[in-house]
Design a binder for this molecule. Structure first.
Ligand SMILES: [Fe+2]
Length: 430
């Protein structure tokens, strides 16, 4: 552990660039340090948190009111408008406000259905179901011996989608909501994506699923404890919570992340997936708390004095960041599901936002998606790209995921020769 003061006038913050050996001790050390720093602004922690609430809770109420009035909460934009540059200012404003988006017709429906069939063909011809060894992690819960999450990364359909012009266009549009240059630095390149490889979900008709509880994905204790995140959240920790901008990438794209079985080494502007089947809104779909500023609430809530001094509202390393009724009930009221989507639509949400997957009983129709985020080129993603490149060339599971390596000797894997320029740039392969 080392201590530095980023500004002369403010109390220094201890920081841990790798996971602290004694988490409870580190928490007991960081919390008073953060409070002292906030209080140097002349505001108590309670006052700073109240200021966050006054930013966030009206937005929560706005979402609840819209939902109860039957108005759409999730913005939807046609791919054709993104491609033609005819997205209106009102549409942009709503994406910025809600932090999420459905892109209608991102891919032709027939293309998405053909990709879905292509995935089935790829796994069947390689006897995946016969050789499936069960979930490699418990992130999505056990679903018995039939896989729901396919730990498959290198099929033709996935790589074709990742390196497609249509995907690059939407990722560039999404990246444009972020401030990527400041302090004389470019924090990421909005026009180059790192092709973050992730899995496939194929959930069959008739499925009973418990869903996935409310959580956030950007990190765990590192969000309070590494010097980079302390700078990224500087306005919160300096007590100037009004200046906090959830779309500012400064200091977010360079630092380390504490390891964990559910980690994402990459910086993602948006998490996302592309639908490979039609899905109705009541069939166990994705929900978010569509208020990006809620991150300020999540970050300051553990500093209030009703939270035990060695706890961070349930956040710990090696587990997903939970959003709970116990600590975050006021903002969870805004949890809202996506509208009906069709194969070829894509769904996106700001990387910090609370999300969940609703439970479903006797699911109607398939629930099939390819997880493809927007992960623009930056120091963090360049570091991770090295292991991605190796995984791609050998058909291995990427290092963020369980080491299952099903595809190493599979036939029909996407090959280096099939990369286009976007694919080569994304993997940094000449
Ligand atoms: Fe998640």
């Amino acid at each position: 552990m080392t201590t530095t003061a980023s500004r002369q006038t403010l109390p220094a913050l201890p920081h841990w660039q790798t996971e602290p050996a004694d988490l409870a001790a580190a928490i007991r050390e960081i919390k008073p340090a953060l409070r002292e720093r906030i209080e140097a602004s002349g505001r108590s922690v309670e006052e700073a948190f109240a200021a966050v609430e006054s930013r966030v809770l009206p937005r929560v109420r706005e979402v609840v009111a819209a939902r109860e009035a039957g108005e759409p909460v999730w913005p939807t934009i046609d791919y054709d408008d993104i491609a033609a540059g005819t997205v209106t200012d009102e549409q942009r404003e709503l994406v910025s406000r809600r932090g999420c988006l459905v892109v209608r017709g991102h891919f032709e429906r027939e293309q998405a259905l053909a990709w879905d069939a292509g995935v089935v063909d790829y796994v069947e011809r390689n006897s995946f179901f016969e050789n499936y060894r069960g979930p490699g992690d418990d992130f999505f819960g056990s679903v018995g011996s039939t896989p729901e999450i396919y730990p498959i990364y290198w099929s033709g359909p996935q790589m074709e989608a990742r390196q497609s012009d249509r995907m690059a266009r939407v990722q560039s549009f999404l990246n444009s909501f972020w401030r990527h240059e400041s302090e004389g630095r470019q924090w990421f390149d909005p026009e180059r994506d790192a092709l973050y490889p992730d899995r496939i979900r194929r959930r069959p008709p008739g499925t009973d699923s418990g869903g996935l509880g409310t959580h956030s994905d950007p990190g765990t204790l590192d969000l309070w404890m590494t010097s980079e995140y302390q700078q990224a959240f500087r306005h919160l920790f300096d007590g100037d919570v009004e200046a906090y901008d959830p779309w500012d990438a400064a200091h977010r794209t360079t630092g380390p992340q504490y390891p964990g079985s559910t980690m994402c080494s990459a910086f993602r502007t948006f998490q996302g997936w592309t639908a490979l089947s039609d899905m109705d809104h009541d069939q166990g779909v994705l929900h978010t708390v569509p208020v990006p500023e809620v991150m300020a609430y999540l970050m300051l809530r553990p500093l209030l004095h009703d939270v035990p001094e060695d706890e961070m509202c349930g956040v710990t390393t090696g587990q997903v960041f939970p959003a709970s009724e116990r600590w975050h009930a006021d903002v969870l009221e805004a949890l809202t599901g996506i509208p009906d989507v069709r194969a070829g639509d894509s769904v996106w949400w700001h990387c910090d936002m609370i999300h969940s997957v609703a439970p479903v009983t006797d699911q109607r129709g398939w629930g099939n998606v390819m997880y493809i985020p927007a992960a623009p080129w930056c120091p963090r993603n360049e570091r991770y790209a090295e292991s991605v490149r190796e995984a791609f060339l050998t058909g291995s599971s990427p290092s963020d995921f369980p080491a299952e390596h099903y595809e190493r000797d599979w036939s029909g894997r996407f090959t280096r020769e099939s990369l286009n320029e976007t694919g080569r740039r994304g993997l940094d392969l000449a």
